[in-house]
Design a protein around this ligand. Structure first.
Ligand SMILES: [Zn+2]
Ligand SMILES: [Zn+2]
Length: 476
């Protein structure tokens, strides 16, 4: 195995968690930060970036790269372009950094959990206030680790994340840091980020030097985007939504009211939910003390079941995900036999089991840079471009009702989504949304090659990536 470059550079990042991070182990416990959880999320985003910028990348679920050392040595005899040589020797950009068969990961990562604590002792039930198989539906809010807060000094602790980079390759080191900054600005780190966890801020901002040209264009296209819907940066949107909360705002969510009264009204009946261990006022105050609140599930509840309730069932599963294990890969409707509604005859291997949500929503939090009483949350996601949806022959329907309705339109959906969260949009006037919670204080929206982008239309993927890394648009 090649390990010729012994140089080790250590990069220390002081990380403050703005919402709890989840890097749980196999028993679903998260008493400390598990490095594997951080690396997993870094790789996922690195792949998204590489794919979106013209490179190819194998996926976390399906590593296909394998390193041909002999080929690499012979190419390197005549060239000094290491990234291109590694590509030709079988490694996609993500595998070059995170490792593959025959090739070691280029860095070590250590996380200290000293200034972290669990935000609650155990999971708490949050009712959706809708029935689920005859019972009150809902989710369990996980505890997660949060930076300790010193109230007297009005200051959060920070945890050190050390990256020990053991290669002379400056380009890949900078790409790794750049991806980390993208996550810092727009999404989160660790597992369950789409459910609100892992929003963070690096207090000692590392220097990131990216070249003027797009290095991913050089990586050879060996891996076909097999199912065609692997996420890539160009298909994403990222937004930060700010609001000024009213007094006792958090008590005005109907889901929280159900927790506090320990009852849910379903079809005229009042059902006691005490034994489900609902979130208490004490728990809520623990979140508020840490300047965050578990609102991700609540906003998703509004988005999925109020705002977009008219979507076809398959389209809803495609966008928001489903745990059902019998989903058609063309129309995304649940199957009741081997023949789908849409007419596709399916073999067992083609049936999807579990569809991941394409929409992420962070919990609400306060940034120390913002005025004291301004809160924010993040909303991001990806939808394959219309051309790709058609190429894949997906049969997603715009409206509920079987079979023949109009096709789902990506542009129209995103247009409506942005409109819903902008000032005066449905989110702020809906009783199930934020009507009694707070007033909109501005929305930042980033999207490749789109007039919806609040910074400006950017049609160069590499420039768009660099702008996300810099966090353009975020500052007031
Ligand atoms: Zn790979
Ligand atoms: Zn189907």
């Amino acid at each position: 195995m090649i390990d010729s470059n012994k140089e080790v550079v250590s990069i220390d990042l002081n990380v403050k968690l703005l919402t709890p991070a989840w890097t749980g182990d196999a028993n679903e416990k998260c008493k400390r930060i598990h490095e594997t959880g951080i690396i997993g999320s870094l790789r996922w985003w690195f792949e998204v970036v590489a794919r979106g910028l013209g490179g190819s990348a194998c996926s976390l679920d399906n590593h296909e790269c394998s390193f041909d050392e002999q080929k690499y040595r012979s190419i390197m005899k005549n060239s000094l372009d290491k990234m291109r040589a590694l590509s030709k020797a079988g490694l996609c950009p993500a595998s070059q950094v995170f490792g593959a068969t025959g090739w070691k990961k280029r860095f070590q990562l250590d996380a200290d959990s000293n200034e972290l604590k669990e935000i609650m002792e155990e999971s708490r039930f949050l009712p959706s206030t809708r029935p689920h198989n005859g019972n009150p539906g809902g989710w369990y809010i996980l505890p997660g680790m949060i930076s300790v807060r010193d109230k007297r000094k009005d200051k959060h602790g920070t945890s050190k994340l050390s990256i020990r980079w053991s290669d002379k390759d400056e380009l890949n080191k900078n790409l790794l840091l750049a991806v980390f900054r993208l996550m810092e600005n727009w999404t989160g780190v660790g597992a369950k980020t789409t459910n609100g966890y892992g929003v963070f801020k690096v207090e000692n901002e590392p220097q990131v030097n990216l070249p003027g040209w797009n290095p991913f264009l050089d990586s050879q296209n060996t891996i076909e985007n097999k199912n065609g819907i692997l996420p890539e940066l160009k298909d994403f949107f990222f937004s930060v939504i700010r609001f000024k909360p009213y007094d006792n705002w958090w008590k005005n969510f109907k889901e929280i009211q159900a927790c506090l009264s320990k009852t849910v009204n379903i079809e005229g009946a009042t059902i006691n939910i005490s034994r489900r261990n609902p979130l208490t006022s004490d728990d809520a105050h623990k979140w508020l003390e840490h300047q965050c609140f578990p609102s991700s599930y609540i906003i998703r509840n509004w988005l999925r079941y109020s705002w977009s309730h008219h979507l076809g069932q398959g389209t809803e599963s495609f966008i928001f995900g489903t745990a059902a294990n019998d989903v058609c890969p063309q129309c995304y409707e649940r199957l009741f036999s081997k023949k789908s509604h849409c007419g596709v005859i399916l073999t067992k291997e083609k049936i999807l089991s579990k569809v991941r949500s394409k929409i992420g929503l962070s919990h609400a939090y306060q940034q120390s840079g913002n005025a004291n009483d301004i809160w924010e949350f993040r909303l991001w996601g990806y939808l394959p471009g219309q051309g790709k949806l058609e190429h894949l022959k997906l049969k997603l329907k715009k409206n509920a009702g079987t079979g023949k309705g109009e096709d789902f339109q990506r542009e129209e959906f995103l247009e409506n989504l942005q409109e819903a969260v902008l000032e005066n949009g449905a989110l702020w006037s809906s009783a199930d949304g934020f009507k009694a919670v707070g007033r909109c204080q501005g929305v930042v929206w980033r999207e490749f090659n789109s007039s919806r982008d609040t910074v400006g239309l950017s049609s160069d993927p590499w420039e768009f990536f660099k702008s996300l890394v810099k966090g353009e648009g975020l500052c007031c």
